[in-house]
Design a protein around this ligand. Structure first.
Ligand code: SUG
Length: 415
């Protein structure tokens, strides 16, 4: 049976605040803070537990091998001698944001009946540009079954940031859907990370039906306001599109295109007069997991910051009290990730598949999450300050921590 499985990136032991992402306001404003990798990873594990308790299917991806010394070697430097900005780029635990791991087209959307995954090249940000080889290695193991086709990245310079700029509308996860690729145009103060040529290449690679594939421009207002990915201002699930008024460059045109391709769509739009773009970005209202609950209706798994933003919570409560499609508000605490601009939706990659076709080592259950939490509690550093990135002892510790996790999960082949 085709089911939506959310694969969360386990937050790695090198999680730190180096302010590496231009255009990501949280990353810039928390630069230089002391991070808490252990607490961060435990928050991520709690989110997975929470979603399993809702009756949802859950998987995970392993943290990548960081700091990435071989990448520094390609730049003719090393962990010891690298300039601080390059060293920080080698240390980033950014693969935790699995929504940027790949773009996924479920089998019913593809001409060949396979579920296609294209690993994201992430070329816009140096610290993320060296994620794809490690991510691809995992995707090839997790999705080795012939039900899947796993593809390498779109070539540079066409920036691709994966599922964070991709939405799918459908009547049920297992039926054919309309795929919406959202791209930006560069030129402003902050970069547009998703290039239309990358999106189009992926649609061709995934053998999508052109009549059920849309390419929609993200608004420059949103990008320049700090919505560096579309999933900071919009999220879709089944027939519902939940979006901020400022998400798309040509709002009316975008809504008309979407309605023409998927007439049953229910567009739930939050007007800027109710929730301003800065409030939407600060609270990460839209960086939520809009999920179909097994007992019917949709729930919104959203960051606790949304509850703390009065305009946002007022709007949400009114929506739930009315007859809106979101029936339950489900706050989760992922503050450590949020401080780097990654909310609940950033931390997961949605894959619609038959769980029996996925390598079971990547599937979660409460007992396995207990095992992961034990490894994290025993090995993840409690805190990392910016100066610690120069410590060779810390390099050894974080390498050991990751190896312990891979061994505990039978994934030592990824070491
Ligand atoms: O790419 N932050 C990530 C956050 C990604 C959020 N993902 C989605 N919206 N789907 C980014 O900007 C900050 C790292 C640092 O500054 O050290 C960072 O990479």
């Amino acid at each position: 049976m085709l089911t939506e499985i959310n694969f969360d990136g386990i937050i790695g032991p090198t999680h730190n605040y180096a302010g590496l992402s231009r255009g990501n306001i949280a990353s810039a404003s928390n630069a230089g803070d002391v991070s808490q990798p252990r607490a961060a990873a435990l928050q991520g594990i709690e989110k997975m537990r929470h979603n399993i308790a809702l009756g949802l299917r859950q998987g995970f991806f392993m943290p990548l091998d960081r700091p990435d010394a071989p990448w520094l070697e390609t730049l003719c430097t090393s962990l010891d001698t690298a300039e601080p900005h390059l060293r920080a780029q080698a240390w980033s635990a950014s693969s935790m944001w699995a929504a940027n791991a790949a773009t996924v087209s479920p089998a019913p959307d593809s001409g060949d009946g396979k579920c296609h995954l294209t690993v994201a090249n992430l070329v816009t940000m140096p610290h993320r540009s060296h994620e794809w080889p490690g991510t691809l290695a995992q995707l090839r193991i997790a999705f080795a079954d012939p039900a899947f086709a796993v593809h390498g990245p779109v070539p540079a310079p066409f920036g691709d940031e994966g599922a964070a700029n991709h939405m799918r509308l459908c009547s049920g996860h297992g039926s054919a859907g309309v795929e919406i690729f959202v791209y930006g145009l560069s030129g402003g103060r902050f970069p547009a990370r998703q290039h239309i040529d990358a999106s189009k290449a992926i649609a061709r690679k995934h053998k999508l039906d052109p009549s059920r594939t849309l390419f929609i421009r993200q608004s420059d207002t949103a990008i320049q306001g700090g919505a560096f990915h579309n999933d900071v201002v919009a999220v879709a699930n089944e027939h519902v599109l939940f979006t901020h008024e400022t998400a798309f460059e040509d709002r009316e045109g975008a809504h008309a295109q979407i309605r023409a391709a998927f007439p049953d769509v229910e567009i739930v739009e939050v007007p800027a007069s109710a929730v301003s773009l800065p409030e939407a970005i600060k609270s990460y209202l839209f960086n939520a997991q809009l999920v179909s609950l097994p007992d019917g209706g949709m729930g919104l798994v959203l960051p606790t910051e949304a509850r703390e933003t009065p305009a946002v919570w007022t709007w949400l409560e009114a929506h739930v009290a009315g007859n809106g499609p979101i029936r339950r508000l489900l706050p989760v605490d992922v503050r450590q990730s949020m401080a780097n601009g990654g909310g609940p939706a950033c931390l997961r990659l949605r894959v619609v598949a038959d769980p029996s076709t996925v390598d079971p080592r990547f599937l979660a259950d409460p007992a396995k999450l207990d095992r992961i939490a034990d490894v994290v509690a025993a090995h993840w550093p409690e805190a990392i300050a910016p100066g610690d990135l120069a410590s060779t002892a810390l390099v050894r510790d974080v390498q050991r921590a990751r190896s312990a996790l891979l061994e505990a999960l039978g994934l030592a082949e990824l070491i």
